[in-house]
Ligand binder design. Structure first.
Ligand code: HEM
Length: 136
């Protein structure tokens, strides 16, 4: 059976891994390799979406009680809600990033990139440092 802390640990590893891809895509951008930036971010998009869908499948369908211990603990629930304040906007912005990048709407892509950078940085920090992976 998958425990909540195990699921959180797996997600932390996934977030750290795709963040490496995102940083590599920014490095590519800095070097003027726009196509590589796009390729790396397509991989970033697909992998992140797959992780989110797998995660939702586990906590909503396979094991709906996974995070009951978080819902029953006000401190943990607060940490989760703060995390969701960043991660949900980050997820919603991702298709818009892909679309504006692929269609070369540079101004809009860069505007959304600012919001996305804030949302992703918040997702990373609150997910990796605020959510506990020790047994409840
Ligand atoms: C977070 C900071 C980001 C910055 C500063 C940034 C910046 C840029 C810039 C300047 C371009 C060139 C636009 C043009 O063709 O005129 C570009 C292209 C692109 N970006 Fe981003 N981007 C960022 C994040 C992302 C993300 C998160 C995605 C996807 C999830 C993405 C996907 C793309 C794609 C697909 C292209 C087109 C590449 C091509 O020409 O083949 N970008 N980006």
């Amino acid at each position: 059976m998958l425990s909540g802390p195990t699921v959180i640990l797996a997600l932390k590893i996934a977030v750290a891994a795709v963040t490496v891809l995102l940083l590599a895509s920014l490095l590519a951008l800095w070097q003027g390799k726009l196509k590589l930036h796009g390729r790396l971010n397509l991989a970033f998009f697909i992998l992140t979406l797959a992780a989110v869908l797998g995660f939702e499948l586990i906590i909503r369908v396979i094991e709906p009680a996974t995070f009951d211990y978080i819902k029953n603990n006000p401190d943990l629930l607060r940490a989760l809600n703060i995390h969701l304040l960043f991660s949900v906007p980050a997820l919603l912005l991702m298709p818009a990033m892909l679309y504006t990048g692929l269609t070369h709407r540079r101004g809009l892509h860069l505007l959304l990139a600012t919001l996305f950078a804030i949302a992703w940085a918040g997702t990373f920090v609150t997910g990796i440092f605020f959510l506990p992976t020790d047994a409840p």
